[in-house]
Write a protein that binds this ligand. Structure first.
Ligand code: PA5
Length: 448
């Protein structure tokens, strides 16, 4: 039971213009030193501290009382929760009765300040049986401060004690949310200080809502632990994360500036969203470690098979050859449907076949067509959507991102490029200490 990575279609002679043994040799030493660096200076996210699970489990008796958990967080404080929810629960989980859910909670994630989104969730919950898990590492993100204030206002309007319905996940010491915990007595969990938002899915950030909806969080950590162990192997052919980084780095240098991840499973689509943030925010950087301007990064693109075969694949096969495509494939689905016989000869090729058989054939067909067109692609196969496998997926891609950062000689753990927009928003909203004048455009092009 582990993920299988097939890199064949990234290489010559399987595709012409593909990677060669010489290409690999040219960066192998650098990849090995990235791995050594990972072993010697293991980032906190890969340490999988047992206390992350224990702290979440210590709240189990309280959490079990709630019918619904609403996560209020954004970016790395929301995407992991979405990825876990969609990949490891049935797609209609939130529509099931509590009995059908074996007593576990529904989980909604409000990761935007779109009033339609927030209202649609609020319309579907009963505050009396709802827990709001407010997640923000910095404890000050405007979007989360807004949704927290709304949730608190609703609880108070219902005459409920906010301390009995709000759980705060934030830095152990710093920030406004920690202050709230200290001053108002909210229950809380800690975001480990050394773990950045987009690397925090396996900390209490992702684990609390996962446990609340009955996901086996020990198994999740087991999978991640095994994958991090493999990510420490110096032999790159035993190290999927090193191979991901090596191949994507080489292709980036060959002008493939786009990394498409195409999941052949609706349940995996938020795993792709999670990857999209990790790859974009970690690797898209203006400066390298020496302070030189490099404007590097690879643009991650999300796609869903078979749906996007009817939307994107024309471009991927015949448009600019500027992409590396990763397929996510599940061998065994939790549910199955057999396509019935309709008595029409035109449909006989489908009759009595499993729906999954068609989906898997579509994945193979798309992969093969891309290979014929010399479009580099690779495949990650899950034998099933299990916590162990999903834990592995998170760990492999977190390690691969760290390796890519090392190869690109940039810091993958910061995000200076998001600060300016935040500051301007604060100024526009009248936050004390922030000023900004939107500059008058010397040239205006407005069409109505
Ligand atoms: O990866 C990151 O650091 C960011 O995407 C953050 O997760 C995001 O900005 C939310 O930050 P915070 O958890 O401080 O509210």
């Amino acid at each position: 039971m582990s993920l299988k990575f097939d890199f064949s279609n990234l290489f010559e002679p399987n595709i012409s213009g593909g990677l060669t043994d010489e290409d690999v040799k040219s960066v192998e030493e650098k990849v090995t030193s990235a791995v050594r660096n990972f072993v010697e200076n293991t980032p906190d996210f890969a340490k999988l501290d047992r206390s992350w699970i224990d702290s979440v489990k210590s709240l189990e008796d309280w959490i079990i009382n709630f019918d619904t958990v609403v996560v209020l967080g954004i970016g790395g404080s929301g995407l992991g929760n979405l990825a876990l929810h969609y990949s490891l629960r049935p797609l209609n989980w939130n529509e099931m009765t509590r009995e059908e859910r074996n007593g576990y909670a529904r989980v909604f994630v409000v990761d935007n300040v779109d009033p339609d989104l927030m209202s649609s969730v609020l319309d579907r919950i009963d505050p009396k049986t709802t827990l709001f898990n407010v997640i923000s590492k910095s404890g000050s993100t405007a979007e989360v401060m807004a949704t927290y204030s709304i949730a608190r206002g609703i609880l108070e309007a219902y005459g409920l004690d906010p301390r009995e319905h709000i759980l705060i996940t934030t830095d152990p010491e710093k920030g406004f949310l920690r202050k709230l915990v200290k001053e108002e007595g909210f229950r809380s969990l800690e975001v480990p200080p050394g773990v950045g938002g987009r690397f925090s899915v396996l900390t209490p950030v992702g684990l609390l809502s996962a446990m609340a909806e009955g996901i086996d969080i020990d198994e999740l950590h087991e999978g991640a632990k095994d994958a991090f162990e493999k990510s420490m192997k110096e032999n790159i052919l035993e190290n999927p994360a090193a191979m991901i980084a090596l191949t994507h780095y080489l292709y980036l240098n060959k002008g493939k500036s786009i990394s498409v991840m195409m999941a052949y499973s609706n349940r995996m689509i938020y795993l792709v969203d999670w990857y999209r943030q990790l790859w974009a925010e970690s690797l898209g950087k203006r400066y390298n470690l020496k302070g030189e301007e490099v404007f590097t990064g690879q643009t991650p693109v999300k796609a869903l098979g078979a749906t996007d075969q009817h939307s994107q694949i024309q471009l991927y096969n015949e448009g600019p050859n500027d992409k590396v495509i990763t397929f996510l494939r599940v061998e065994n689905f939790d549910r199955e449907i057999v396509i019935p016989e309709t008595g029409r000869a035109e449909l006989s090729y489908l009759a009595r076949k499993k729906l999954s058989e068609l989906l898997l054939a579509e994945q193979t067909g798309t992969e093969e067509a891309l290979r014929e067109n010399n479009r580099p692609n690779m495949r990650v196969t899950f034998d099933g959507l299990t916590p162990y496998n999903v834990g592995q997926f998170f760990a492999y891609y977190e390690a691969a991102t760290a390796f890519m950062g090392y190869l690109l000689e940039i810091n993958p753990f910061d995000q200076p490029g998001v600060e300016l927009g935040k500051k301007i928003t604060f100024a526009l909203m009248g936050r004390e200490g922030y000023t900004y004048e939107i500059k008058e455009r010397s040239k205006k092009v407005i069409v109505e």
